[in-house]
Write a protein that binds this ligand. Structure first.
Ligand code: MLT
Length: 242
């Protein structure tokens, strides 16, 4: 059963919890791992990121920081998935802190299985869910500073719709709450024009003002990357071995 829960720190964890930040943290994390990063370490706090990344020599680490869509001074990278090239990522650990996405991952980190999903790796997420069939799944959209985001919601809908098709069951059998019904409806309406939806999204507009159209195009493409970021230990994501 799929929920998009209102999370409180005391809530029990789901069997599987999925964080979505299509623009752009989970798209960036998936790309970094697909490009050969050994692991991605997520932080909400920049000072902690700087401190903990000191444990690795500079040639083994990269620091990525984003606030308000822009790169944080002193970091190697901002939060563009397009910067995550194999040349930069291979054999390195990426330490990343973003405005909302890394916080969403931290909120669900107590679940036994934690995944990072985006439109680009939707199929890899669905493959995992179809194979493992966890009883309860939380899908948590990062949103923007606590508010709803179109791009994360449409991705949640894309995941659940595809799971239903692959398992041959009705959506009613899978849907746990009203938010999920809305997510599926949004996906059904926009599935052939996901980039068009990004233009309506408030964070899409923010990124366009920051000259990031190529990021929007990349993040709006569906099933282009066969990689599943999975939490190995609290705060650390690695590529799930298929
Ligand atoms: C976030 O965490 O809020 C986003 O990933 C922001 C961004 O686009 O860099």
């Amino acid at each position: 059963v799929f929920h998009t829960p209102e999370l409180t720190p005391t809530q029990n964890a789901a069997d599987c919890a999925i964080a979505i930040d299509v623009l752009r943290a989970t798209s960036t994390i998936a790309t970094a791992l697909s490009s050969g990063a050994d692991a991605v370490h997520v932080f909400s706090d920049m000072d902690k990121l700087m401190h903990q990344s000191e444990a690795l020599p500079p040639e083994k680490r990269l620091r990525a920081g984003e606030r308000g869509g822009s790169k944080v001074e002193g970091c190697d990278l901002g939060n563009s998935p397009l910067d995550c090239t194999p040349e930069l990522m291979t054999g390195r650990h990426l330490f990343i802190s973003t405005t909302n996405g890394t916080r969403a991952l931290q909120k669900i980190q107590a679940s036994p299985t934690v995944l990072a999903a985006a439109l680009i790796n939707r199929k890899a997420v669905v493959d995992y869910l179809v194979e493992h069939q966890p009883e309860t799944v939380w899908i948590v959209g990062a949103g923007w500073e606590g508010s709803f985001a179109l791009e994360d919601t449409v991705c949640a809908g894309a995941i659940v719709q595809s799971v239903a098709e692959r398992l041959g069951c009705s959506l009613e059998e899978l849907i746990g709450n009203d938010e999920m019904v809305g997510a599926i409806s949004l996906y059904q309406q926009w599935k052939s024009n996901l980039l068009g939806l990004m233009y309506h999204a408030s964070h899409g507009k923010r990124l366009l003002r920051l000259d990031c159209l190529e990021d929007l195009k990349y993040c709006a493409s569906l099933d282009t990357l066969n990689v599943l970021p999975i939490q190995r230990e609290i705060g650390t994501l690695v590529k799930h071995a298929v």
